[in-house]
Ligand binder design. Structure first.
Ligand code: NAD
Length: 368
């Protein structure tokens, strides 16, 4: 289980040291002088299928930072796909640069590099990348998903992500309260972006008492007006008197400072990497009696959406239907957590890795 327990902490050291600690199959460095493209593709594990994961464009301050990020993110995709029962592995690409560099040639050059991997890595959108960018990449490779709906793609994944998050929250409520009805519950949604806004709609429809916050005030009041949710200030979140806290903005909001302040029964939200330290802060939540719905399990709707597109003949209803499995998986993980008194994140990761280990008996890594 070294692959599970290792290594969010491994930030330095040799590249092979990091790859070995995190269990990657391959790290691909791509450089193209005429377009300025600097891409790093991380292929973590392809036992279940080709490595699928988005491309992130970011102004990394060093090559080490970019490598650490691609290794961490691609590993996360392996666990997300496995726990969701998808037949794909984990991968990610990072581009070192500025969004201004995204010319047609730059993106098509990336497409050619992806094509050269023969299908071991399939890309999609991530930070600073759009469905239009996927179209340009797709001029050079067939290993791309996240195309616009008008082109037969899955389009914006966030409604599907929000739906899965909502179902995961309901499963957590069932565990904490004996009923998954959210009517009347005081729920704080932190971050009214793509995912947060859709989540608020589900919660309002069910009659929850929803409080929203964001660092962009204008957007906050606009969403409040549209949905009827009440506004709270960003700094008021952690000690707000609530039943459920839904992080939908940044990672690492569950940490040594925030957890002791929390006045809630449940944490269930769409943000990635909510636990600052997986080993420490999952246990802290458990010790405080707070039910935690593992982020990578309940925010997998977006991945399920691009996976559905990758399989071909995309239908939005099918993506939503596949996402419904999140409720049962979350229940199963939370029940085991209660029974064994172990953090749900740990149990979910073991369950994901167990599926890979068992499939490794009948399958080799993809394409090698
Ligand atoms: P987004 O950028 O549209 O929304 C994030 C929102 O959080 C923004 O409105 C931003 O202003 C706000 N925010 C930032 N810092 C904040 C703070 N300190 N307090 C309150 N609000 C703050 O992003 P998104 O696509 O909605 O994604 C939200 C989270 O969900 C991210 O962590 C993302 O990685 C994760 N996620 C998204 C998807 C998806 O389908 N979009 C899928 C899986 C996971």
């Amino acid at each position: 289980m070294a692959t599970i327990k290792a290594a969010e902490k491994i930030k330095e050291g040799s590249i092979f040291g990091q790859i070995s600690a995190l269990g990657h199959e391959q790290l691909v460095i791509c450089y193209d002088e005429p377009t300025g493209l600097k891409a790093i593709i991380g292929i973590h594990n392809t036992v279940l299928g080709p490595a699928l994961g988005g491309t992130r464009l970011w102004a990394y301050t060093s090559e080490e930072e970019a490598i650490t990020d691609v290794l961490r993110l691609s590993r996360g995709m392996t666990f997300k796909a496995a726990i969701s029962g998808l037949n794909i592995g984990g991968g990610k690409a990072v581009l070192m640069g500025d969004p201004k560099m995204k010319t047609e040639a730059y993106l098509r050059r990336l497409g050619r590099f992806i094509q050269s991997l023969g299908g071991r890595y399939v890309t999609a959108e991530d930070v600073n990348m759009s469905t239009r960018d996927m179209e340009l990449i797709g001029m050079e490779t067939s290993y791309v998903t996240g195309l616009p709906e008008i082109k037969g793609g899955g389009g914006d994944p966030s409604p599907v992500t929000a739906y899965g998050t909502y179902l995961g929250m309901k499963a957590a409520a069932k565990k904490a309260y004996g009923s998954d009805v959210l009517e009347g519950k005081r729920i704080v949604v932190q971050g009214i972006g793509q995912v947060g806004t859709h989540l608020v709609s589900h919660l309002m429809k069910e009659g929850a008492q929803v409080f929203i916050t964001d660092i962009f005030e204008d957007k906050l009041y606009e969403v409040a007006k549209k949905t009827g949710a009440q506004v709270i200030q960003p700094e008021a979140v952690y000690d707000f008197n609530m039943d459920i806290y839904a992080p939908c903005a940044l990672g690492a909001t569950l940490n040594e400072r925030s957890i002791p302040q929390l006045k809630c029964d449940i944490v269930a939200g769409g943000a990635n990497n909510q636990l600052k330290d997986e080993d420490v802060h999952g246990q802290m939540l458990l010790d405080r009696g707070i039910v935690y719905a593992p982020d990578f399990l309940i925010n997998a709707g977006g991945l399920i959406n691009v996976y559905t597109e990758y399989l071909g003949d995309y239908k939005k209803e099918l993506a939503f239907q596949r996402t419904e499995g999140i409720y049962d998986t979350c229940m199963e993980v939370l029940s085991l957590s209660q029974q064994d008194q172990r953090p749900p994140q740990e149990i979910a990761m073991e369950k994901a890795w167990g599926r890979i280990e068992s499939m490794a008996k009948v399958k080799l890594p993809y394409g090698v």
